[in-house]
Design a protein around this ligand. Sequence first.
Ligand code: ATP
Ligand code: MG
Length: 693
Amino acid sequence: MESLHERDRVGVQDAVLLDDFKSQPVFVENLRKRFKENLIYTYIGQVLVSVNPYKQLPIYGPSVIGEYQKVHLFEKPPHIYAITDSAYRSLTEESRNQCILISGESGSGKTEASKKVLEYVAAVSENKIELGKVKDKLLQSNPVLEAFGNAKTKRNNNSSRFGKYMDIQFDRMGNPSGGHILNYLLEKSRVIQQGPGERNFHIFYQLLEGIEDEYLYSLKLERKQEKYNYFGFRPNNGADAVNDAEQFKEVCAALDIMGITQREQAEIVAIIASILHLGNVMITEEEGEAILIHDIHIETAAKLLECDLNALKLALTQRTITAHGDSIRTPLNRELAVYARDALAKAIYERLFSWMVSRLNESLLPQNNNLISGTVMGILDIYGFEVFEKNSFEQFSINYCNEKLQQVFIELTLKSEQEEYLKEGIEWEKVEYFNNNVICNLIEERYKGIIALLDEECLRPGEPSDLTFLNKMCEHLSSHKHFVSHKKADSKMKKVIDRDEFMLIHYAGDVVYSVKGFIDKNKDLLFRDLREVMSETGNSITKSVFPKSELMSKKRPETAITQFKISLSHLMDILMSKEPSYIRCIKPNDFQKPGIFSENIVTHQVEYLGLMENLRVRRAGFAYRRLYEPFLKRYKSLCPTTWPYYNGTAKDGVQKLITHLGYNKEEYRMGKTKIFIRYARTLFKTEDAFQAK
Ligand code: ATP
Ligand code: MG
């Protein structure tokens, strides 16, 4: 621990030691001090706060990993390796399943953190040849997923556009034996459109840049990005410092390691190329009927997907409607045909992505079943709370997800605090906290929650509309404390709410959502005719992701938000059954640059991450706790009974030591294995006495 002088300069390494733990500015100032000294990690008890340095620091790699191995969490400066080691040991020594929850906004360093966790686990487990393969596969799944699921955005040149939960499975020796990945909400709209300065998913550029001339020619593609409509805003869309051609080679190598066959790889390439061609398919209109211009693009798209050209053209311009057992083909107008074409491109890509994940999972299946101990460590790398100038369906989904994660956090932290007190035989002191169940209910309650109302409107016969949905919400929810309609908003409120907006008071803050597009995005319609054509393609991946069974099923497919709700509820079950560790990532500035710590931007995130609440919960009982052995080892020289000779138990020694130091009964409790200290100042006094010696 730092001395008094050090604390002034570099702050405290655990925020529970801050004198004024209720003050947000004090908390942020502590982070700032540490950031300036390249100390990017800070604890709040067992929660690790990480501030993105935006530069390579010499704090990673094998030798540092060695230092963190098997030392107690608080014996070394805060580090992601320390958190991981502590989770890994709980897993191997006590067979407790772990999950590491990483959250934070875009660009805060979640994905990099998840890689460090994986790196640590790979390094500390044994290095046998066949094990090496599993580790390689676990590590190589990253470049594949990033190629297909990441893109350059304004906030992050390598932004994950999907949520990811990965389980690492361990054998009885504590070595990784396999893995499993779950993916959430790929931002598929990016396939057809990107914001200014942003790019499509990396793989499109990697393919164009990295593939050999002849291959490219056979796909009827050119390297010129400006040729393709699905590459939006130009010219400023080269990802800084990204070499797409080189990365393509890496991705192909990773695909090889993951056991994805050459044939499968060729099909993947064909699908990506076909999407680029689809985007260039021109559609005009004559007398209200869409006309598809026959050219190289539609021809190549059909050829690459190996489907019947005429069937594809028809499905893009007409729609079969079945009424009273009769099928009638009706022409689409231009607008609808363009919609159908884009919906097809998005659906193909999204399904390819999911196929990729299940294919990676096949390859991560443990080879030797009797070695499996059943213990797992999960890593969750998922979008944090989002508040933009304009918030829509996507932000609503993401923020809903964060409400659910907060629920898990509350339950698991309070549970583990309670368990620790119980285990140590210390009386439990109740912690007051805000329970966000009320917001989760507002969103997901059965009949009149927001999701239920949205689905009801989407499935209503006739012309569902965003505004009718909004009216329904206002009608049913206006008395809810966390729902604010434009009517309810008054002059007292800081935010202006328009007629097509509503506001939710989330646990992390207020967010105004525009209802525009909610219905369309939730219905996520892909005309049946197109699904039919896709189910008959010769490209076996496409064929398998558009199964015939889907067409036969009489059941209406779930809406987008309901699918998400179901997968989230599954995720919650997974997380709740595990022992959690938390990594809260913060980005220090909006420029993706090192050395700049913007107080405003950090404060905002401290709020949305609920860090002050974390701190309060942690400080509510006994802020600081330490095992008897290390505590005695450090401070024994401060007491004549324990220094220079002492041979009693550590617990007795600590008792003698603190009695000698004059700890007051209110300030501490003696647990079975740990001393619990209520105030930071008590510990500081002891530390300063130690340093002064
Ligand atoms: P998104 O939600 O957009 O996926 P993210 O939280 O996953 O964002 P990362 O991609 O992990 O963010 O980090 C963004 C960039 O910040 C990285 O590409 C890297 O340049 C830098 N970075 C993050 N963490 C570290 C670190 N520990 N050391 C050095 N640089 C880092
Ligand atoms: Mg990421």
